[in-house]
Design a protein. Structure first.
Length: 267
């Protein structure tokens, strides 16, 4: 437990990890590991939440980790590692970037509605329009990752999100006059390592014909202000590692978002 605390994990959270047998000392590396079935695909995943930065440069330790996670999973498992900002796996390893996270900084420019633009909280009448966009985002995310979700699970997940709106889920919708132009959906969550409360910008989507207008900036502003009023950091993520993902991440950083952790799948 002391090793986790030394790495910045709060003592009470470290105690939970120890009790749940998540702490693994491997060839001089202190790791925080878990194995679970991914919600949408049912595929077994071994997850390294802490300590992967040094591990990835140690081939023998990495081999031992794979064996340990396979044993815990009771069979083959994909290995996913969380890396802190500024860290990437060694190129020869051939790891694949799943997603990179960013946190809204104080310098992100905020925009107020003008003219016919309005942003408001989700209403029951918005359900079909928002659900369609959330479902499209989920399917696209799993397409990027190369995984096929189990039939019916994305629809059930979207329904559960919108059923929780006003509780741990918050949705904003943007309108030009009476026309729906997009949404921002936020989820309350806790940091994997520290248990610190935070808000995640789960999805922000602007309909094609309204891209390049104020819609995206207005929705982002509403999300940031909501997080600040709640006294919580706001995080967003960019999925995948294609040219579009790289461009989006660079644009967000230039706009005042700050690089946070990233998640990588090992071959």
């Amino acid at each position: 437990m002391d090793a986790l605390v030394a790495l910045g994990v709060p003592a009470d959270q470290a105690e939970v990890f120890v009790d749940e047998d998540m702490v693994l000392d491997l060839a001089g590396h202190t790791l925080l590991v878990s194995v679970h079935d991914e919600d949408m695909t049912g595929r077994a995943r071994g997850f390294v939440a802490l300590g992967a930065e040094s591990l990835l440069g140690d081939p023998a330790a990495l081999t031992a980790l794979r064996a340990e996670l396979t044993a815990r999973a009771g069979g083959p498992t994909t290995v996913v590692v969380r890396l802190g900002p500024g860290h990437e796996p060694p190129e020869p390893l051939g790891a694949r970037l799943i997603s990179r996270y960013l946190t809204a900084g104080q310098d992100v420019r905020l925009t107020d509605p003008a003219g016919e633009w309005t942003v408001r909280r989700y209403r029951a009448a918005d359900r079909d329009a928002v659900a369609e966009l959330l479902l499209a985002a989920l399917r696209e995310g799993y397409r990027i990752l190369g995984d096929g979700p189990v039939e019916g699970l994305p629809e059930a997940y979207v329904a559960s999100l919108l059923d929780r709106e006003g509780d741990e889920v918050t949705v904003f919708t943007a309108h030009h006059g009476e026309v729906f132009t997009g949404h921002a959906t936020l989820m309350y969550e806790e940091d994997d390592l520290t248990g610190t409360p935070q808000l995640e910008l789960f999805d922000l989507f602007v309909l094609g014909e309204w891209r390049g207008t104020e819609a995206g900036r207005l929705l982002t502003t509403s999300a940031i202000r909501h997080a600040r009023e709640a006294g919580l950091p706001l995080r967003g993520h960019v999925a995948g590692d294609d040219d579009n993902a790289v461009t989006v991440a660079a644009r967000l950083c230039a706009a005042g978002w700050l690089a946070a952790e990233s998640y990588w799948e090992l071959p």
